[in-house]
Design a protein around this ligand. Structure first.
Ligand code: URA
Length: 431
C-alpha cells in the first residue's frame, strides 16, 4: 500500500477501505507519511467527504493511534463533554466544577484556541501557575481525590488527532464534517469516556454555520459513539453571537467565576445549567433534566460550585488568590468603552468577527507559535434582540496596543447590526 494511492482514491471520490485508512493513520503517526501527504489527504476529505463508515474507521484509527485511558479503577462511570468550538465559550470552566459539586466526577482534556474560536486551556492559563500538562498518573490521582480535572490533551492520547488538527488549522481544512467528527470522537474514546455530552455549536461563529450541517455532524458523532459502545448525546447550541459577554482569556475566566456563583450573563448561566443537567442525567446523578438543573442551581447558589473551582485551581498549581479576587488579573493597557452609534434593536452581534477581533488584539493565535496575551479581549454589552440607545455602552475593548485597538474597534462595531423593527432574541439551543 502507498499513501499517495490512498490520497488519489479520495481525490477521485472512491470510498476508502478500513485497511487503507488504518495504514494511512499509522504511517502518519510513525512519520512514514509526511505532513504534506496528510495535508493533501485532509483536503481531499474536506472536498469529497467521507461515508459514515469511513468516518467511523478514521475515528477508531485515530483513537487507537496511541495510548488509551482506562478510568474504570477511578470512577464508576467516566463522563466527558466536548464543545465543537465557538466564541466566548467558557462553558467547561463553569460546568465541570458545578457537576463535580453535585457528586459527578469529570476529568476532561481540553484544547487550545483554533482560529477565531477560543480554547479552554488558553483561558485557564490566565491563572498564574495553573498547569495544563498533567501526566496520566496525575490525571487519575486528581480525579480520584477531588473528582475533577481540567487539563490539556496528553501527547500520548490520540496522537494522530493532535498532529492532524495542527495541520488542518493552517491548511483550510478545519470545517469538514468527517474531520471534525473524527477529531472530537477519537479524543473522547481515547480518553476513556463511557458517556459523552457533545455541545455542537451552530451559527456564524461556529465551524458549522447552518442547522442542517450541525445536525449532520451531531448525528454522525452520536452514531460513532454508539458503534464504539459509548453513550453519546448531542446538544445543538446557538453560536451566531458570542456566548455570554466576555471574549478573551482572563475576561472569560472572570465571567465563568461569576456564573459559578450563580451570577454572570443570563445566556451563559442558562447554557451552563442546561449542559450540567444533561451531564448529571447521563452520569446517573440526576433522575431527569429538571432534577439535574435544580442540583446545578443549588451548587451555584450555595457556594459549593465555586469551592470546587477553587479546589481544581489549587490542585493544578494555580494561584487561588486570583479566583478569590478576580480584580488581580492584569488589566490591559487600554480599556475603551465604545458607545452605540445609533438607536435601534440589535439584529446581529457577529460572533466570528468578534472572535477575530479578539485574535487581532492578541487573545488568540494567528500562527501556532504565537503567544497569547491573556488580558486583552472584548466585552459585548448587548445581545441580539436588545433595544439600544445612541450613546449607551455597546462594547468594551481591552487592548495593549493602540493600532490593534483601532482595528478591533472597527471590526466589532461592524459586527453589530441594528434594525428599526423589534428583533426576537436568539434561542440558546435548537432541536
Ligand atoms: N474541536 C475539535 O476537537 N476538533 C475539531 O476538528 C474541531 C473542533
Amino acid at each position: 500500500m502507498r499513501a499517495v494511492d490512498i490520497i488519489i482514491k479520495k481525490r477521485d471520490k472512491i470510498e476508502l477501505t478500513r485497511e487503507e485508512i488504518e495504514f494511512f493513520i499509522k504511517g502518519f503517526v510513525s512519520g512514514d507519511v509526511p505532513d504534506y501527504q496528510a495535508a493533501s489527504f485532509a483536503m481531499a476529505v474536506m472536498l469529497n467527504d467521507m461515508t459514515p463508515r469511513e468516518t467511523t474507521d478514521l475515528t477508531l484509527a485515530m483513537a487507537y493511534s496511541g495510548d488509551t485511558l482506562d478510568l474504570s479503577d477511578v470512577v464508576d462511570l467516566a463522563v466527558d463533554k466536548h464543545s465543537s468550538g465557538g466564541v466566548g465559550d467558557k462553558t467547561s470552566i463553569t460546568v465541570l466544577p458545578t457537576v463535580a459539586a453535585c457528586g459527578l466526577p469529570v476529568g476532561k482534556m481540553s484544547g487550545r484556541g483554533l482560529g477565531f474560536s477560543g480554547g479552554t486551556l488558553d483561558k485557564l492559563e490566565s491563572i498564574p501557575g495553573y498547569r495544563v500538562d498533567l501526566t496520566t498518573d496525575e490525571f487519575k490521582k486528581q480525579l480520584k481525590e477531588i473528582g475533577e480535572v481540567l487539563t490539556g490533551q496528553s501527547l500520548a492520547l490520540a496522537p494522530a488527532d493532535g498532529k492532524l488538527y495542527a495541520l488542518r488549522d493552517v491548511t483550510g481544512t478545519v470545517p469538514s464534517t468527517p474531520l471534525i467528527a473524527s477529531s472530537i470522537m477519537s479524543k473522547k474514546i481515547a480518553a476513556g469516556a463511557q458517556a459523552i455530552v457533545l455541545d455542537v455549536k451552530v451559527g456564524l461563529g461556529a465551524f458549522m454555520e447552518t442547522l442542517d450541517e450541525a445536525r449532520v455532524l451531531a448525528k454522525l458523532m452520536m452514531d460513532i459513539g454508539r458503534l464504539a459502545g459509548r453513550e453519546t448525546i448531542a446538544l445543538l447550541s446557538d453560536m451566531n453571537q458570542p456566548l455570554g459577554h466576555a471574549v478573551g482569556n482572563s475576561l472569560e475566566v472572570v465571567e465563568a467565576i461569576e456564573a459559578l456563583k450563580g451570577g454572570g450573563p443570563r445566556d451563559f448561566r442558562e447554557h451552563c445549567l442546561h449542559v450540567c443537567s444533561h451531564l448529571l442525567v447521563i452520569g446517573k446523578r440526576a433522575k431527569d433534566l429538571d432534577d439535574g438543573r435544580a442540583q446545578a442551581e443549588k451548587a451555584m447558589a450555595n457556594g459549593s460550585a465555586f469551592e470546587k473551582f477553587r479546589a481544581l485551581v489549587k490542585a493544578q498549581g494555580g494561584d487561588v488568590s486570583y479566583v478569590d479576587e478576580p480584580s488581580k488579573f492584569p488589566r490591559a493597557k487600554y480599556v475603551e468603552v465604545v458607545e452605540s452609534p445609533m438607536d435601534g434593536n440589535l439584529s446581529q452581534v457577529q460572533a466570528r468577527s468578534v472572535g477575530e477581533a479578539s485574535v487581532i488584539l492578541g487573545g488568540g493565535r494567528a500562527k501556532k507559535s504565537d503567544s497569547i496575551d491573556h488580558a486583552v479581549g472584548i466585552v459585548v454589552h448587548h445581545k441580539v434582540g436588545d433595544k439600544v440607545q445612541k450613546g449607551e455602552p455597546l462594547f468594551t475593548i481591552h487592548a495593549d496596543d493602540e493600532a490593534k485597538l483601532a482595528e478591533a474597534r472597527a471590526m466589532t462595531l461592524a459586527a453589530h447590526k441594528f434594525s428599526a423593527d423589534d428583533v426576537q432574541p436568539l434561542p440558546l439551543f435548537y432541536n
